[in-house]
Design a binder for this molecule. Structure first.
Ligand SMILES: C[S@@+](CC[C@H](N)C(=O)[O-])C[C@H]1O[C@@H](n2cnc3c(N)ncnc32)[C@H](O)[C@@H]1O
Length: 224
């Protein structure tokens, strides 16, 4: 997906603080590469054991861990090559304080852990995969606000209009959210929208990988 735009949200310096919780992280780390410049501590999360296992392989530098080097190089370039890809990767490893189980369908998604309230919660292509209908997407937004301080930042990124995406030979469910839905769901579930940007599908997108229509990037703040 259009990670560069999401990265721009957290690399402008407008969103920063002590703790960031990334919901639905595993097995990926790309969505944390710019966040690790703006936050002291990151709590990454997992939903399935197999995704956790992949993330742990990367944390432990195992020989068969996924190789993120091309993404690291790309993000370092977007950030003006202030760090080498190797330095960036080590910095992120050092900033991940904990990796916790997270289920957005629970009122406290990190239960039984009651984590200190975070300055920022990110969820990248997560809520569309986790929520089977628009009502549960709204509820998940409410549940995420449990993790945030008042005025805390919520950064969301995901696909617009996608009913599925392909993982290997499998078609995986996606909730087809629209900009109109997001403009109602965020204020309706405890947030003030700071910015909501949408982008159309690139001309060179693989037509078989998903029926998505574009991307969205949302920055909202928890209402006091
Ligand atoms: C498309 S993947 C995105 C993973 C990662 N954020 C990324 O951008 O590569 C969707 C993620 O949502 C997680 N997920 C599914 N149901 C969930 C739930 N109820 N609560 C939290 N995460 C869930 C999946 O396990 C998976 O990690």
């Amino acid at each position: 997906m259009g990670g560069g735009n999401h990265l721009a949200l957290s690399s402008t310096g407008a969103v920063k603080g002590d703790t960031l919780i990334d919901v639905g992280s595993a097995p990926s780390i790309y969505q944390l590469l710019s966040s690790c410049e703006a936050f002291e501590k990151i709590i990454a999360t997992w939903f399935t054991q197999s995704e956790l296992h992949q993330l742990q392989k990367w944390q432990n530098k195992e020989a068969d861990a996924f190789d993120w080097s091309s993404i690291l190089k790309h993000v370092c370039g977007l950030e003006g090559n202030k760090a080498t890809p190797q330095e960036k990767e080590e910095k992120l490893r050092g900033k991940i304080e904990k990796v916790l189980h997270c289920d957005v369908s629970r009122s406290n998604p990190l239960a039984p852990i009651d984590a200190p309230k975070a300055d920022c919660v990110t969820a990248v292509v997560c809520l569309e995969a986790a929520c089977r209908n628009f009502e549960t997407y709204g509820l998940a937004l409410r549940h995420l606000s449990h993790l945030l301080k008042p005025n805390g930042h919520l950064l969301l990124a995901g696909d617009l209009g996608a009913n599925y995406y392909e993982v290997g030979a499998e078609k995986v469910f996606s909730l087809p959210v629209s900009e109109t839905f997001l403009r109602e769901a965020l204020p309706g579930n405890g947030y003030r929208i700071v910015e909501l940007a949408t982008f159309g599908k690139p001309d060179d997108a693989d037509p078989n990988a998903s029926d998505y229509e574009g991307f969205y990037f949302a920055h909202a703040q928890k209402k006091v």
